[in-house]
Design a protein around this ligand. Structure first.
Ligand code: PEP
Length: 247
């Protein structure tokens, strides 16, 4: 496995002026990071973010990609287009897209395939709702979600990043305990290992209300290889503290 990865997910936040302030503050406070760092920004800001981060250790990421190559798909953005803007990572299958945009496991697998074909690393999000956790189906849900991506991308599955994001923990301030997160990460690790001999290299991130106060304990778990950070990535001091905790 490579080192840890801390990826910010700005979601639908920001603006030209605010982005510049945020990125400059992060760069000003960033010591040489012990981990990989990325920010996944809204598509209109990819060019601005790329320019601001040029020569820095922070990679640019996107938040979604089309499952198609080109053509009559109004509003969609292809992996080739993202690649032109220097995108290194793209989030696929975030629960907000599964929930509000009807994304299916098969559709998420297609998106991951398009990203991989373009040389972009998909950050594949999986996670259960509170009802699913309470019904005892957490393991079955995350395994089903990941299985679709493995099925469609088995030949290059070692090139993906996985993010375990319990839906009930996203943006709620209610974080999974390190033990709860580790338990699911171990399940995902075993599933990846069964799919590929190279799976030891795959980073499995935790996402869901990770913040400066809880990052070190979460990141200290043996199968947690980094974080996908929403709200806390919008505050330079908090994002920097999480990066420092990823050793
Ligand atoms: C996310 O949006 O992926 C996320 C983890 O959000 P938050 O950190 O705000 O819970």
């Amino acid at each position: 496995m490579t080192g840890k990865l801390i990826a910010g997910n700005w979601k639908m936040n920001g603006g030209l002026a605010a982005n510049e302030l945020l990125i400059k503050a992060v760069l000003a406070g960033l010591q040489t990071p012990a981990c990989e760092v990325a920010v996944c920004v809204p598509a209109p800001y990819l060019a601005q973010t790329r320019a601001l981060l040029a020569g820095s250790p922070i990679d640019v990421g996107a938040q979604d990609v089309s499952g198609h190559d080109s053509g009559a798909f109004t509003g969609e953005i292809s992996a080739a287009m993202l690649k032109e803007f220097g995108v290194r990572y793209v989030i696929v299958g975030h629960s907000e897209r599964r929930q509000h945009h009807g994304e299916t496991d098969a559709g998420v697998a297609d998106k991951a395939a398009k990203a991989l074909a373009a040389g972009i690393t998909p950050i594949v999000c999986v996670g259960e709702t509170l009802a699913q956790r309470e019904a005892g189906s957490t393991e079955a849900v995350v395994k089903r979600q990941l299985a679709a991506v493995i099925h469609a991308n088995g030949h290059c599955i070692s090139e993906i990043v996985v993010a375990y994001e319990p839906v009930w923990a996203i943006g709620t301030g209610q974080t999974a305990s390190p033990e709860q997160a580790q338990q699911v990460h171990a399940v995902l690790r075993a599933q990846l290992k069964a799919a590929s001999a190279q799976a030891r290299r795959i980073q499995i991130l935790y996402g869901g209300s990770m913040n400066a106060a809880n990052a070190a304990r979460l990141l200290g778990q043996s199968d947690i290889d980094g974080g996908l950070i929403g709200g806390a990535s919008l505050k330079a001091a908090d994002f920097l503290a999480i990066i420092s905790a990823a050793v």
